[in-house]
Design a protein around this ligand. Structure first.
Ligand SMILES: Cc1cc2nc3c(=O)[nH]c(=O)nc-3n(C[C@H](O)[C@H](O)[C@H](O)COP(=O)(O)OP(=O)(O)OC[C@H]3O[C@@H](n4cnc5c(N)ncnc54)[C@H](O)[C@@H]3O)c2cc1C
Length: 386
């Protein structure tokens, strides 16, 4: 069987034996939502990127975060939530390099991969997402970030394989932390769960939604601690400064989006949180041959959510192609607000839109319909479930 890695193997060996960085006309870093949509759009348009173009991603598949809580709650299979990248890349003539970019030099447009490979791109586009804000730890108790998803899923599968009663603390107060806590409650009924938020639960959502969310947590016996910022893990305990918040068998890090460390060291213009500052054409403010989209980018009015990354996809598709062909670029205008559907672990969801809030199975059905529709549109062929 040809894996993406094996297919790229000859080229990789060649590149690693050359002292200079291997060059590519276009390098896409991260198979995030915007890149997936852009690639799919190119395929539909019959456009193929210049020969030698590359997609770098740590996994052979792109994971869809919107369905992760449904996976944990036992409502989806693994392959429902992941899109294999090889078929898409093959059809577009893109070289898929499975690996993690560890450093980027914006002035030279050179990338380093964890494999030791150096690359140089004429145009580089980042859609590498974000990571949960880290917490200092002495490693005395397991701290599992919800992203990257494969490692989190592996840990969850390990927990599910036995019936041990565990005390699990989920750290975070946003939509992802809320959904993950409820999904774990559905999946690991023998475990005790608590949710620790630095401020109030679900900041930015209406009081109506927050009230319903608190009720949901209570109904599922998840202890909610608001205004309880965990500042470190030490000696097997969770701490807020000098105040001990108790112990746990494991902690899950589902805190808000923080920037990958390489971004701040790249020479690219970044905002105060380390995200790549871009213009409405999705180009770096400091290096116009570098694009950034989705969570890793910083654009006034745009939010760190899949919804915004998805909307940037078609603009990115056009602009990368336009730059390669010397044509005018388009501008992206972020929508003022987005609908959120928060999975409640039972097949239902809470709807949140501005000041509006509601909950029930019908919203879960709607969420499933939207999520599955997205995946269906991105897939190139039907697969058998494993
Ligand atoms: C549990 C959970 C549920 C969520 N549910 C929703 C939801 O329902 N709706 C919503 O709008 N948002 C949701 N979000 C937020 C959403 O996941 C992010 O906002 C969204 O994924 C950002 O998309 P992106 O395109 O920027 O990148 P991502 O989709 O995060 O993809 C980034 C890709 O880049 C790769 N990558 C990362 N670093 C590197 C590197 N150094 N080198 C190469 N590749 C790299 C990653 O492996 C990944 O494939 C959820 C988040 C979580 C954690």
């Amino acid at each position: 069987m040809h894996t993406p890695c094996r297919r790229a193997c000859d080229w990789l060996v060649w590149a690693m034996h050359n002292s200079t960085a291997a060059s590519a006309p276009l390098i896409l870093v991260g198979a995030g939502h915007a890149h997936l949509l852009a690639l799919r759009q190119w395929l539909d348009q019959g456009y193929t990127p210049p020969p030698g173009s590359i997609l770098v991603n740590p996994d052979p598949a792109a994971w869809y975060s919107g369905m992760l809580p449904g996976l944990i709650a036992g409502r989806y299979h693994l392959d429902d939530c992941a899109l294999p990248l090889d078929p898409l890349c093959t059809r577009l003539g893109l070289r898929l390099l499975q690996g993690q970019m560890t450093a980027f030099n914006a002035d030279q447009k050179t990338l380093q991969l964890d494999s030791g490979l150096d690359l140089r791109g004429d145009i580089v586009s980042f859609n590498a997402g974000s990571q949960p804000a880290p917490i200092p730890t002495d490693d005395s108790l397991p701290l599992i970030p919800v992203k990257p998803f494969p490692a989190f899923i592996e840990q969850w599968q390990h927990w599910r394989s036995d019936t041990a009663a565990r005390h699990i603390s989920v750290i975070g107060g946003g939509a992802a932390a809320f959904e993950i806590a409820l999904a774990l409650a559905a999946s690991l009924p023998e475990s005790r769960l608590q949710l620790l938020c630095a401020g109030t639960l679900l900041p930015g959502h209406s009081p109506m939604v927050v009230k319903r969310a608190r009720q949901w947590l209570q109904n599922q016996h998840i202890r909610l601690h608001e205004h309880c910022r965990v500042t470190r893990l030490q000696d097997g305990q969770l701490w807020h400064d000098d105040q001990c918040l108790g112990s746990a068998d494991a902690t899950i890090l589902a805190t808000g989006a923080s920037a990958h460390p390489w971004q701040g060291k790249s020479g690219l213009s970044t905002d105060e949180r380390g995200f790549i500052r871009i213009d409405p054409q999705l180009r770096s403010l400091s290096h116009p041959d570098v694009f950034a989209s989705g969570d890793c980018a910083s654009l006034p009015g745009s939010q760190k959510s899949g919804v915004y990354a998805v909307r940037q996809g078609p603009i990115l598709a056009h602009n990368l192609k336009a730059l390669l062909q010397g044509e005018p670029l388009h501008g992206y205008q972020p929508q003022p607000q987005a609908l959120a559907l928060l999975a409640t672990g039972d097949g239902g969801a809470l709807l949140s839109y501005g000041q509006w809030g509601a909950g029930g199975k019908v919203f879960g059905f709607w969420k499933d319909h939207l999520d599955q529709g997205f995946m269906q549109r991105q897939r190139l062929c039907n697969r058998n479930k494993t």
